[in-house]
Design a protein around this ligand. Structure first.
Ligand code: CDP
Ligand code: MG
Length: 687
């Protein structure tokens, strides 16, 4: 049916017979090999050959990234000489280019997970290829675990797990000592040079990368350059700067996860000009760019990480592991001897983690549990993870989900939980956004949520404190730090493009704001808005700045962060924890030295009840980013958590009935006390 050929110059081609035999003889095969050895493009064809006429279902191949799934599926269709979208297709969120004739189906791993819900036995497939397993994202770990069980129920299903040459033993062990085939690529030696940055400034990083590129292009008269940058924005800026400096003699290209497919195709078809490709870690192992001789590595990447202080997930820029750095360097040695310039010191490299930690160990277990429930993967406690999470982490995951009202007492998903699982953000943030949508304050909440995920953008230089304070005063809001954040955002000139950046820079300077953090804030806000907009949410519905609506939204996601005032700057949070207001908060009160209050007299304007966006444990427990809340909201939004105690039945002469005192507690804090007649003691339903 197919005209199957293998490019002679790919290392995997030489091992073809052996690989096909292994797939025929074993249910699971682990295939390890250097990036570019031909795993992704050639394996589906070998699967076709291994199955021969017995191929009943499809060959499904999962990819961690959309850009890789798309480009590789096109390549395979081309190699098999069939139109893309028919025998060879590609499916991802919001686009399905497969047909009834599709034999080889590329997809993102999220798609295969989603298919488990409607086809738990995955009957559509005869062979599955789990590509890039070394990335150990949550999706990959879910699939590895689920498939282990499924393979026992479906002896006819075959699985090939492919990975860079990292930790292949773990995969083999996980699948009952499955055979490992290692395809050693023809790798040329790569010289590593270290060129640490003068400071930790991001601007310097781009500047340094650009001059390293210029040096490389001069040093050698042939070969292309690949630059690794942590974020999309860094990539764009580096590209713009390079284009300005290099002129039209060279071609400068950007490569990142979410980009137009026309631009993607250009990556694989270099013209006559020498090229500089500026990429995120998508070029680390997912996508092989031809002709690279030089690699410039910043050693940084965006890595998702759960932040227990805000109970949300962040995507901070972090240093990559040694194994990542080595993969990156390897990109330089595919065609001939290569050179990798690391923009860091050698001992910095030596001090780094050997391997990147699997996502499950950095993740919010609440999110993991919710996703496992949504995908119908079974219970987290008994799920065969390669690295199972700790009991303590699982427990706090459940606690958070109960607090958010996503699960009921029997650990089943509530309707709200189902809604949360649909949102592509972590559950705490998701809960706030759902509430904000109801309260018609979503645009404001998006701004605040993004603002909370970056460090405070206000700068307070020691030698210029008064003027900074005076500048910041414009955004001051006596009972809410969140509203201050919103006001900063609203004050910023919102123009885009280069001129916009200059305007922002100027604005920041005269208002004592960090330009970098403001930019980061915009980036996170954009990411968040884009993810939600992808889901077809109306993001613009706002009643205008309604502070109560905003604070109720925050409270809905942070019911565990409420606190009751005890004395100046000192609050009691749930679980009997003493928290201190952070001195940078608007609500913090400095002791007035001139007018000492009389003992027993408290002139404070501090609100009795607050919610904190963040609780930080440093020298003591600090509540950061706080706002005054109305305690009635707590019982309203946290009804499912409240415990009600009744006491002191007494006869009311006025009403002629027996009344009891109802006291409502949340995490041990008394949030409400009222007299009720005995009959109506049913708890109010939560919202
Ligand atoms: O998966 P692995 O890293 O082992 O290699 P691959 O992605 O199968 O790539 C094998 C070769 O095909 C590389 O030289 C790529 O540059 C090339 N390729 C291409 O030219 N166009 C694509 N869309 C994908 C791969
Ligand atoms: Mg590959």
């Amino acid at each position: 049916m197919f005209d199957i050929r293998y490019p002679a110059d790919l290392p995997i081609t030489a091992r073809r017979e052996e690989i096909i035999a292994a797939i025929r003889d074993h249910q699971v095969v682990i295939l390890a090999g250097e990036t570019g050895s031909g795993k992704t493009t050639q394996l589906p064809k070998m699967c076709l050959e291994a199955a021969g006429d017995n191929l009943r279902g499809q060959i499904g191949c999962t990819q961690p990234r959309r850009v890789a799934a798309m480009s590789v599926s096109k390549r395979v269709a081309e190699e098999l000489n069939v139109p893309w979208g028919r025998e060879v297709g590609c499916k991802m969120r919001f686009s399905d280019d497969t047909s009834r004739d599709t034999r080889i189906k590329f997809m993102t791993d999220g798609i295969l997970l989603a298919e488990i819900q409607s086809d738990p036995m995955l009957r559509a497939y005869s062979i599955l290829i789990l590509d890039e397993a070394h990335e150990r994202s949550l999706n990959i770990d879910f699939l590895l675990g689920y498939l282990r069980g499924l393979l026992q129920q479906r002896p006819d299903l075959k699985l090939v797990v492919t990975s860079a040459t990292i930790d292949t033993e773990a995969f083999s062990k996980h699948f009952g000592d499955a055979p490992i085939i290692e395809v050693s690529g023809r790798m040329f030696p790569v010289e590593i040079r270290y060129a640490p940055l003068p400071t930790d400034d991001e601007i310097d990083m781009i500047e340094a990368a650009v001059s390293a590129v210029e040096d490389a292009l001069i040093e050698s008269s042939e070969g292309d350059v690949l630059v690794f940058m942590p974020t999309e924005r860094d990539i764009r800026e580096t590209r713009d700067l390079l284009e300005g400096r290099l002129g039209s003699t060279y071609e400068v290209l950007a490569l990142f996860g979410r980009m137009a497919s026309g631009d993607q195709q250009r990556i694989f078809s270099p013209g006559r000009k020498r090229r500089v490709v500026v990429a995120t870690n998508v070029a680390e192992t997912s996508i092989t760019i031809p002709r690279i001789r030089y690699v410039i590595d910043t050693g940084l990447a965006r890595i998702s990480r759960y932040n227990p202080r805000t109970r949300t997930k962040r995507l901070p820029v972090e240093t990559v592991s040694q194994s990542s750095a080595n993969q990156r360097a390897g990109r330089a040695g595919r065609v001939q001897d290569g050179i990798c310039i690391r923009l860091l010191a050698q001992d910095d490299y030596m001090k780094r983690e050997r391997f990147t930690m699997p996502e499950i160990q950095r993740a919010n277990l609440a999110e993991v549990i919710l996703r496992m429930k949504a995908f119908k993967l079974g219970e987290i406690e008994s799920f065969p993870f390669i690295n199972p999470p700790t009991q303590a982490a699982i427990r706090s995951g459940y606690e958070l989900l109960h607090e958010l009202g996503a699960l009921d007492e029997t650990h089943e998903m509530s309707p709200l939980g189902k809604e949360l699982a649909q949102l592509p953000v972590d559950p705490t943030l998701g809960r706030m956004l759902l509430q904000a949508r109801k309260e018609k304050a979503l645009p404001e909440m998006l701004v605040i949520a993004a603002g909370l995920s970056i460090p405070d953008p206000r700068e307070r230089p020691d030698d210029d404190k008064e003027r900074a304070a005076a500048a910041h005063k414009a955004w001051w809001c006596p009972d809410s730090d969140f509203i201050s954040l919103l006001r900063i955002w609203q004050a910023v000139p919102q123009t885009d493009g280069k001129g916009g950046m200059n305007a922002l820079r100027k604005f920041c300077k005269s208002n004592y704001l960090s330009f970098m953090r403001m930019r980061e804030w915009r980036d996170v806000w954009k990411q968040l808005s884009d993810t939600l907009a992808d889901d077809g949410q109306a993001l613009s519905e706002s009643k205008g700045s309604n502070d109560d609506a905003i604070h109720r939204s925050i409270l809905s996601g942070q019911l565990g962060h409420i606190a009751l005032r005890e004395e100046r700057n000192l609050y009691k949070a749930g679980g009997n924890r003493q928290v201190t207001l952070f001195p940078g908060s608007n609500l913090y009160e400095r002791r007035d030295k001139n007018k000492p209050g009389k003992p027993g007299q408290d002139k404070s304007k501090q609100p009795p009840w607050i919610v904190a966006g963040e609780i930080v444990h440093t020298s003591q427990l600090f509540a950061r980013s706080v706002a005054k809340i109305n305690p009635d909201w707590i019982a309203e939004l946290g009804g499912h958590l409240c415990e009600r105690r009744y006491s002191e039945p007494h006869y009311s002469v006025k009403t002629g009935r027996v009344l009891v005192t109802e006291r409502v507690f949340l995490h041990g804090l008394e949030v409400k006390r009222q007299h009720r007649s005995r009959a109506c003691a049913a708890p109010a339903p939560g919202t």
